[in-house]
Design a protein around this ligand. Structure first.
Ligand code: HEM
Length: 496
């Protein structure tokens, strides 16, 4: 054995650890004295050991009880501030929106996407990109009647695929992701894909894989130097490789669109962007190709697995609550009947559906910590200082599970949102599933429209049953980038 190399390896390891300790102590010495309170962390690792039991939401509940609505903790070299409770959330993200609406420049996702696009850019660049995206998407029918027929086309194909399973146990995940993804394809690329198209299958699976891997990216966010380790234990290289493949696919679409562009007859989001590019140029404007590619990627990432996950949560709760399933179907029969697909015009006459889906938003709680914001300068808040570089987490979970707002919050009860007149009672406004303030989800109206059309069409045609009477799907979620249900199979039995 070569002892000298063993010795030098140990010396190098000790030296690296010492440098990291000195750097992290030096960094924390630069933080102001009136930071939000929180647990004392260790050099280098910070408070990471608190997370070893895994339930982050439970941990944040305990820390909030101990330190209050605004607490801080260190994760690796980063300072993180968690804001909880409706009052503090509104104060920060609405009343002090100018300070609290940026993203961190150092987040893993932001760095992979070069801090461009809608979801991970900041400041003026973000405001202009978001404004352009929102108005363009509205023109292409976001949440409006004009998009409805395209969504219904996808639903018809989706229902047929489910019917082909003939009431046998089936995992709806992949099919649901493809159906929802196709709607974003229509809006951004101007066409939908066949479910058997190999390229479409590959791209949707890459998006789904990144959605899953980003959860593990949590470790890489806190310890960015992990990416220099040999191998790919934290899947960072895989994440980057997948993103490159997705980006190449989007660039191919951009080139095809550029070659066939007709300014007077814009087909989709990419055409609308390229038309602006031909007016303003790419230099010193937001209309550069990379911003277009990242914005399209943002729409796919933010708009596919979120809505598809909500559909799966809705099915989980329908299987657990047959009486709710029956009640919903009764409302559909009364308002829509069974000779046509449900349409957006029916929505206002279906308060029970609205109460049901709001309860799925609350209990499914798919984005309990929204997407982290970032302090791009020192922020003064409630007499404390949140220093530049801090990651800021809106703790939406703290509202969704607040027993003062929602009695028996652990119970699935759509009726909590209905008054004596069986209409919505206003409590639905406390369900902050799409976050709040200027970064509020850009796709809320599309998501609500998709959920309505998908869920009511599914219930109109099928009864949902568990795989077998003994195997009910779990109502516990797995928290990664979003809170998702465990994989489950169910039976969709066609109604007579
Ligand atoms: C049930 C479905 C959905 C849920 C629960 C959801 C929730 C959220 C949340 C919590 C955020 C973070 C807000 C913040 O930073 O504070 C967000 C951001 C965003 N969402 Fe959604 N979303 C959904 C569907 C969609 C859809 C369908 C689209 C578009 C096609 C979309 C596009 C976006 C974009 C682009 C952002 C980034 C906004 C920005 O940074 O300015 N989302 N969403």
């Amino acid at each position: 054995m070569d002892f000298s190399s063993l010795f030098s390896l140990n010396t190098v390891t000790v030296a690296i650890v010492l440098v990291l300790i000195i750097l992290s102590i030096n960094r924390s010495l630069q933080w102001p004295a009136n930071l939000p309170p929180g647990p004392t962390g260790y050099p280098v690792i910070g408070s990471i050991l608190l997370f070893r039991k895994g339930n982050v939401l439970e941990l944040f509940r305990k820390l909030r009880a101990q330190y209050g609505d605004v607490f801080s903790l260190t994760l690796g070299k980063n300072l993180t501030v968690v804001i909880s409770g409706e009052e503090a959330l509104k104060e920060a993200f609405i009343q002090q929106a100018e300070d609290f609406s940026d993203r961190s420049e150092n987040s893993l996702t932001g760095r992979i996407l070069k801090n461009k696009g809608i979801g991970f850019s900041s400041g003026k660049y973000w405001k202009q990109t978001r404004t352009f995206a929102l108005s363009t998407l509205r023109n292409f029918g976001f949440g409006r009647k004009s998009l409805e027929s395209r969504v219904q086309e996808d639903i018809a194909a989706y229902l047929d695929m489910i019917e082909q399973q003939d009431g046998q146990p089936y995992d709806m995940k992949e099919l649901t992701v493809m159906a929802i993804s196709n709607i974003i394809c229509s809006i951004t690329f101007g066409n939908r894909f066949d479910y058997t198209d190999a390229k479409f299958k590959r791209i949707t699976s890459l998006f789904a894989e990144n959605f899953r891997l980003l959860a593990l990216g949590g470790a890489a966010q806190a310890f960015p130097y992990l990416k220099y380790l040999p191998g790919d234990m934290f899947n960072i290289k895989k994440l980057i490789q997948n993103t490159k493949e997705i980006r190449d696919f989007v660039f191919e679409q951009i080139t095809e669109h550029r070659n066939t562009l007709d300014d007077q007859n814009q087909r989709d989001f990419i055409d609308a962007f390229l038309s602006q590019q031909s007016i303003h140029g790419q230099e010193d404007t937001i209309f550069e190709d990379l911003n277009l590619a990242v914005s399209v990627i943002n729409l796919f990432v933010a708009g596919t697995d979120t809505t598809a996950t909500m559909i799966r949560w809705a099915i989980v709760y329908l299987i657990h609550n047959k009486h709710i399933q029956d009640k919903l179907r009764q409302e559909i029969e009364t308002v829509v009947g069974c000779s046509r697909l449900p349409s957006l015009a029916d929505k206002s006459d279906m308060p029970y559906y609205e109460a049901f889906i709001t309860e799925v938003f609350r209990m499914g709680n798919i984005t309990p910590l929204a997407v982290p914001h970032g302090a791009l300068k020192d922020i003064h808040f409630r007499g404390m200082v949140i220093p530049k570089g801090t990651l800021i987490m809106p703790n939406l979970d703290s509202v969704m599970t607040d027993p003062d707002i929602f009695k028996n919050p652990e119970k699935f009860e759509p009726e909590r949102f209905l008054g004596k007149d069986c209409q919505l009672n206003g409590k639905e406004r406390n369900v902050l599933a799409f976050s709040l303030g200027r970064r509020v989800c850009l796709g809320e109206s599309l998501a609500r429209m998709e959920l309505f059309l998908f869920m009511t069409s599914l219930l109109q045609r099928f009864e949902f049953l568990p795989e077998s009477p003994e195997t009910l799907p779990s109502t516990d979620g797995i928290l990664g980038l979003a809170l998702v249900p465990h994989d489950f199979k169910c039976r969709a039995v066609k109604l007579k």
